[in-house]
Ligand binder design. Sequence first.
Ligand SMILES: NC(=O)c1ccc[n+]([C@@H]2O[C@H](COP(=O)([O-])OP(=O)(O)OC[C@H]3O[C@@H](n4cnc5c(N)ncnc54)[C@H](OP(=O)(O)O)[C@@H]3O)[C@@H](O)[C@H]2O)c1
Length: 274
Amino acid sequence: MIMSAKTFQDKVAIITGSSVGIGKATAIELVKNGASVVLNGRNQERLTKAENEIKALGGKFLSVCCDVSVPEQAKSLVDKTIETFGKLDILINNAGVSMRGDFADLNPDVYKTVFDINLLGSVNPTIPAIPYIKKSHGSIVFVSSLAGIRGLPGNSAYCSSKMALRAIAESIRIEEAKSKIHVGLVLVGITEIEKGKTTIGADGSLITLKDRSNLNVQSVNSVARAILKNIRKRKFRTTLTGIGKLNAFMQSILPGLVEKVLILSIDKIRKRSE
Ligand SMILES: NC(=O)c1ccc[n+]([C@@H]2O[C@H](COP(=O)([O-])OP(=O)(O)OC[C@H]3O[C@@H](n4cnc5c(N)ncnc54)[C@H](OP(=O)(O)O)[C@@H]3O)[C@@H](O)[C@H]2O)c1
């Protein structure tokens, strides 16, 4: 079912992790298309900046400063949305964190942090949101990554957390097939980042990522538009970028070859993900 150009008019959307980056760009795109948005993040200062951008657009919004990896806080995000707007049409599970480090070097807590945010941070708001999304025949979108197509070197915790989102999305699609809800999965490629964005290092400490402004990466706005298109077309999987589509295709038909190419390119991959 393809929704009309007015798909987002008067809709209410929660975007987790929307104080900066892809989440904020998605909130802005939704507001421009007539939706009311619920902004979220753990840091109030960053959230206030995002609120000001939405205000400047004249958008209707609610802002909930909370940690979606904590079940009670994620539930309060949904509850406050219902108290304010009386309904929920769209939940975009976008909050996420990346990591770096070969598996053998990892402090196991890296897995805990990454799974708490990327996996439970998506599960926690989705469970309380489902009854409302069923009522509105709305959408739940999981923001995954090209790193969720197959395991990549130096990225095992991130890849496995993003791969798990696919399984969750697939299960919900079957369980809720009769509820007429849309469940989407968007696999995002390397995208521009805010200055000073951090990732988790092998020992669990935070590492500042290198600036990507000179690299040929996706813009946050193009990712935001792709997320809206996934919802408008009620698609299951959206795989971004030509290289992402090629990766997904090659992995499905020749996984052994993909592995050989990755082994040969390991130094290049490490350099690119610094
Ligand atoms: N950028 C890329 O190259 C890329 C590529 C593929 C996939 N993705 C995925 O796209 C999503 C967004 O990425 P991004 O680059 O835009 O990230 P980002 O710039 O680091 O923004 C992440 C957002 O999530 C919030 N957040 C993190 N943990 C949270 C938690 N536990 N509870 C609530 N909010 C939380 C952050 O705010 P606070 O820190 O203040 O909480 C921030 O608003 C992620 O799921 C990421 O894995 C990104």
